[in-house]
Design a protein around this ligand. Structure first.
Ligand SMILES: Cc1cc2nc3c(=O)[nH]c(=O)nc-3n(C[C@H](O)[C@H](O)[C@H](O)COP(=O)(O)OP(=O)(O)OC[C@H]3O[C@@H](n4cnc5c(N)ncnc54)[C@H](O)[C@@H]3O)c2cc1C
Length: 310
């Protein structure tokens, strides 16, 4: 992992830097590249604009690691409102939550209950519910959370990270259950005893995981694979596998982030590939934004450029 990536990921968790950066104009201007706005209404508007192009969406409200359990009530109610707004807007959109937004750190059972309340509404409206994967200390518990919730509905998915050594084994359990799995490389600063330090190994493991998920036995009810990556070379390797194995298009989707490789998102649609754009919004964007910066050094120069623009 490069020194710059390590430094940015370290800064993403620093409270002093967060407080100061969030008030700074040029940082705010730079964030708008990845986020249509802080309000759900901004995200819905962006989704409505994408819809005619064939691109469907996933919404996630930024904010993680709440500090008081009561805050989770507000997050739960917010997502209940989002489901209503999706219905009213007539868009094909899913939601994606972080367990630590819903009280995971304070009380696991309360987090399960909040998720179930949201899922109940998802079931009534046909809205798909995703669970993001956070840093490695949360992986075991997040998989346990997914398994609990999976007994209530097949319309639920979990993100897994190819930078973790453990993921290859984790997916076997998930495949056995019939699971929607979003494969991502992983966005957090992880030590070498839990995650591959070299990017080439992370990329290769990503392909290996996808190869596994595209086998014929991963077709139990509830099974779905989301390829969550902007890595065009990897996407092409996956498309080759799909074509060689004649994998049904209902078994997978591509998923990419708002503001990243927008042209490629449209190209995939034109190629007839089901593709979703994950739109983030919310006031607490700092750690998430820093993770986006860490993914691409060129983004840092974009911020520097904004320092001098009005
Ligand atoms: C739909 C979706 C959901 C995700 N959910 C999670 C999650 O739950 N947990 C988690 O840990 N991570 C999540 N991530 C983030 C993921 O782990 C990676 O950090 C991120 O996607 C960058 O990796 P990459 O696969 O795009 O490949 P990379 O090799 O990092 O990037 C490939 C190419 O894409 C472009 N690119 C990538 N990132 C950026 C960027 N920020 N700005 C501009 N260009 C960029 C560059 O051209 C780069 O060369 C998610 C990503 C997506 C797309």
């Amino acid at each position: 992992m490069s020194v710059m990536r390590k430094a940015i990921l370290w800064a993403s968790t620093n409270a002093w830097i967060r407080e100061n950066a969030m008030r700074t104009g040029f940082v705010k201007r730079s964030v708008s590249k990845f986020m249509p706005g802080e309000r759900i209404e901004d995200a819905i508007k962006a989704a409505q604009a994408l819809k005619p192009t064939g691109l469907n969406t996933i919404f996630t409200r930024l904010g993680e690691n709440i500090t008081r359990l009561e805050e989770a009530d507000e997050v739960r109610d917010h997502y209940l409102k989002v489901i209503d707004l999706i219905q009213q807007a007539g868009i094909d959109a899913q939601i994606s939550i972080k367990p630590t937004q819903l009280g995971y750190d304070q009380n696991f059972e309360a987090c399960v209950t909040h998720c179930l309340t949201i899922i109940e509404k998802c079931e009534k409206t046909g809205t798909f519910f995703w669970i993001d994967m956070e840093g490695s200390p949360y992986v075991e518990g997040t998989i346990a959370l997914f398994k609990r919730l999976r007994t209530h509905t097949p319309n639920i998915g979990i993100a897994i990270q190819s930078y973790l050594y453990r993921t290859e084994k984790d997916i076997e359990e998930l495949v056995a259950l019939g699971s929607a799995i979003r494969v991502v490389k992983g966005a957090y600063l992880e030590p070498a005893d839990v995650a591959f330090p070299a990017k080439a190994d992370v990329d290769e493991n990503y392909h290996k995981i996808c190869e596994r998920l595209l086998r014929d036995d991963n077709t139990k009810p509830g099974a779905l694979t989301h390829f969550g990556t902007h890595d065009i070379a990897l996407q092409e390797r996956i498309l080759k596998l799909i074509s060689e194995r004649k994998v049904a298009s209902s078994r997978y989707e591509f998923a990419m982030l708002f503001g990243i490789q927008g042209g490629r998102q449209q190209d995939l649609i034109k190629m007839g590939q089901r593709t979703r754009c994950l739109i983030s919004y919310g006031e607490f964007w700092f750690p998430w934004y820093m993770r986006r910066l860490a993914e691409r050094p060129a983004n840092v120069w974009f911020v520097v450029k904004n320092m001098f623009s009005r």
